[in-house]
Design a protein around this ligand. Sequence first.
Ligand SMILES: [Mn+2]
Length: 290
Amino acid sequence: MTTTDCMGDLTADILAFVPQRPMAPERTDSARRRFRTIWISDVHLGTRGCNAEMLIDFLDHVDSEQLYLVGDMIDGWRLKKRFYWPAAHNDVVWRIMKRAKRGTRVTYIPGNHDEMFRQFAGMDFGGVKVRRKAIHITADGRRLLVLHGDEFDAITLAHRWVAFIGDNAYTALMVVNQWLNVARRRLGMPYWSLSKHAKAKVKNAVAFISHFEEVVAHAAGSRGVDGVVCGHIHTAEIRQIGDVAYYNDGDWVEGCTALVEHFDGRMELLHWADEIAKRETTERAAAIAA
Ligand SMILES: [Mn+2]
């Protein structure tokens, strides 16, 4: 079998995997907020912790010329242990493939949880470029290195903030977080991240996170770029470290954040739970006025 045959089979397999239409139809009622670039990562599709509903809401309310998927989109480690794939997870994949088809330039940089896709780096599938890392040029001419971030684990062990409470405890915490938020939603209360709260309370975790940020920024600086965009540690941040701008787009397990670039090159972190709350307040006010 030639390489081309393999590639053909693989593309067909991937396209067959993407459903014909989503379970939750795409919302087109609201005018989408447009950005030059969007970065998301650490979605962990295939796990109960993944907040697919919130991500679907995000994808239905924003659009961009370019979209970077900065790793850990699918949790291959967890999926291997136990298969978990609800319709909402297909809907996320469908929406991303649809964007690529509509002309958004999509770059997928696999992380450590979806490292099985790293072997396809350099290839394109359905308009999605798979790469190990990328250089993004902002509208104001800055060069940003885009990578997942697990490259620095050997030095920082920053992702191991979880180790302080243990992986199983973290998973349990995520389940509690979900139930808590179902209850909060029923009571008309906004989304609240329990583990984000817990993480901020662990002093050592905070030290590890800031060490990770400094190591990544330093490595980017020595490669001569103006900034770095990563994910991996599930801690969204925009921070200037020396000459290097450090950006972390966060995650869609607990924080539910995306990094966006406006058309003038200005960067912003969107905390989607807050954006939903803002939108609902506006809608309520409009309903009362009407
Ligand atoms: Mn990771």
